[in-house]
Ligand binder design. Sequence first.
Ligand SMILES: *Cc1c(COP(=O)(O)O)cnc(C)c1O
Length: 495
Amino acid sequence: MSSDTTFKYSATVGIQHEEALLFEHAHEAPSSINLPGVEGPVSDALHAFSRKQPAGIPGLSEPETVRHFVRMSQWNHGIETGFYPLGSCTMKYNPRVNEQLVRLPGLAHIHPDQPEDTAQGVLALLYELQGWLGDIVGLPHVTLQPAAGAHGELAGLMMIRAALDARGQQHRRKVLVPDSAHGTNPASAALCGMHTVELKSGPDGRIDLDVLKAHLDGDTAALMMTNPNTAGAFESDIKEICQLVHDAGGLVYGDGANLNALVGVARPGDMGIDCLHINVHKTFSTPHGGGGPGGGPVAVNDVLAPFLPVPRIEKNSHGYALVHACDSSVGPVLGSAGQIGVLLRAHAYISAFGHEHLHQIAEDAVLNANYVLHRLKGRYHVPFEGLCKHECLLTDEWQEKHGVKTLDIAKRLIDLGFHPMTVYFPLIVHGAMLIEPTETESRETLDAFCDAMLEIADACEAGDTDMLHQAPVKPFRRRLDETQAARKPVLVWPV
Ligand SMILES: *Cc1c(COP(=O)(O)O)cnc(C)c1O
């Protein structure tokens, strides 16, 4: 960055501050803490380590430093700033009560290596959560260890692999993955030493039974599927799909990231799924994005139970224990019982609804997504007919005729005060826009978002395409070259 782009307060809009890098803020004055010089002789041994050049720490006072970071935080958009309809990500509001509970000293100050008899309370909560998750998905044996969804996928596939090996079927290493799947699915399979074969979706965006049958054979280890799939559509052939895979000697892995559409209403285990991860940071509300922490518990049926990771949280006559010994286990997949801060928030969220009211999560989430679909479907192209589940899928087909693409629509939403939806995913439709409102949004918020989407459609039809190509015009940073930013990130200062 050249010196003439140094930011000045004159660039400030209202009380929104433009923000320079810490190093650009820095002034000549020494930093805020001045340590006295060393008195007395310094040993020769230490001299070898004495600094030859200044440390390169910017000279800033404490308030200058604090303000820098707080201003940076205000450039962010989060679920507590506004609507965040990022499809497949389930960005729901995270209730304050979750935070109050996990900050209780007995939970916040616990150490993964402290003796079990001093951690009975937290083990009791985790044990209870294991049971609830098993009940919710209809797969009774649960590990809380995996640190996120993708990690759960890996742990689940390790169990599937171990189960097949135990049957003497070491040759079964093929994993079938529909082309609508999240990118983590094939990545996890590869990491587990399997190879993936892509299944082309049918014209309705669902798994095509004939395509599935054509690929099932004696080498098939598993089908990895998401239900509802990433197009927001329920795989209505699910029972037949699972039967076909089982008949071919394979197992069915369920990507449970979309559990928000089913929770309290339908159970993947009852549909024939053998193994499913649950993104607790999505379905059961933990702040997420930007890399974690998350939680990806995996629930399995009796067939896979012997292979669950250790330690297992078990209840015996003395209380709760972390049980390490199990010959058939795939071993530990994380250093402790799991990311308990995330797991305890999930416990709090589930408790707040209770067994009887959990279904309201899925029902409201599905209702909200269908409301958005209903309001937008006359103005945006809907690739797959019918009701959606917890997220709705649109494309830019009608806007593209005017030269306006999904990216332009997403960028214009930023000007209008909304985080964009997920764009260009799933890959099975051209110019995808995937909108997941979740159950925590009011009708007023949904209407405001739909009005913004309709305003964009109006602008497009009125020929205001230059404006749409330039969007966003309101934030400090305009349209960025995202490809360059991803391929050639500038990570050091000065460049
Ligand atoms: C989020 C998501 C994942 C991956 O979960 P992480 O917790 O981000 O690792 C996998 N599949 C689907 C469908 C998802 O939406």
